[in-house]
Design a protein around this ligand. Sequence first.
Ligand SMILES: Nc1ncnc2c1ncn2[C@@H]1O[C@H](COP(=O)(O)OP(=O)(O)OP(=O)(O)O)[C@@H](O)[C@H]1O
Ligand SMILES: [Mg+2]
Length: 337
Amino acid sequence: MKDSVHILVIGDIIVDRYITGTSTRMSFEAPIPILDYKNEELKLGGAGNVALNLKHLDSSCKVSLMGVVGDDYHGQWVVDELENYDIDNYFIHVDDSDITNCKTRYITGTSQMMRLDKSPQKTYHNLESIVLACDNIKFDMIIVSDYDYGVLNKDSIESLKQSAKCPIIVDPKLKNFWDYSGVYCIKPNRREITEALYYKLRKRTVDHNDIDSSLDSLIYEMNKYHKSQYIVVTDGDRGMCWYDSEDSSYSYLKGIPAKLVDVTGAGDTVISTLGYSLAKGYSFEKSLKYSNIAASRSVEQLGCGYVDFSGILSEIKGTYSKEGELWHQQELENIRV
Ligand SMILES: Nc1ncnc2c1ncn2[C@@H]1O[C@H](COP(=O)(O)OP(=O)(O)OP(=O)(O)O)[C@@H](O)[C@H]1O
Ligand SMILES: [Mg+2]
């Protein structure tokens, strides 16, 4: 296994802002509740959360984040927060004519009353930064965290595929879905692959009930138009299905039962753990098993959960080895804690 790895995360950076308070009165001005302010908290979201996941997995992992923020309070907060977590912010472009992507949730108790979105007005594709970074830094892995806010488009994806000298793994949304063909691994969730297939094949509004629901048949369809070495489709508590193009095989990984608290960010945990484990040198199958365990641990935490990689390895030696379901004895013996 490699001792130290350097991972580049490229994608849409979001600021998740939580305003909490108590709400016991209705307004006289309009038929709406009043929230009495108690606290405000900011969190790194989107691609920022993937970078944060990597740092929690292993604080010695070198992480660079590429994306765009506006020249405003929240943009500066992102730049500072990355520095606090020792995440390289050299490739963050500060756009002085735009705002930072920020989602504000107004919360009382456990209920969200409203969400206010401040979305960037322009798109910026970091084309030069992609080439510069790939030409000058030896990354072990590139993770793309695409939330459809415009950092990635057809041109920047093409430029990335051409300049990258290491594997690229992608967490896609809809707009650029098919442009990622040819990457090492793509990891949509059930909804994303379903929508992508509908837009591709029928070009009409999506009806989620009217779809052949087995994950391998969705991957089979997708694979007709998309050539990547691995396709992984996640499916909430049901786990995930993955396709290996080398031997055209489909495999299922069952979800690991979790004391569910909050599913937010489970997908970010999967892509981060997968990218980290692959960069370290673990096999694809083993890396995916680690990701499955990490994701089930992350949904047990409120908000975006974070997991420590050495904790996962210890856990495998403990709980799961006894059940013998996840790992063969030989595999367990080969894992160093
Ligand atoms: N309730 C759960 N119990 C156990 N594991 C879960 C649960 N929900 C999600 N997971 C794990 O997390 C993985 C990713 O979940 P999911 O398919 O919901 O991702 P996602 O929709 O991309 O999430 P996100 O909301 O972060 O975008 C699953 O494959 C599974 O391993
Ligand atoms: Mg997701």
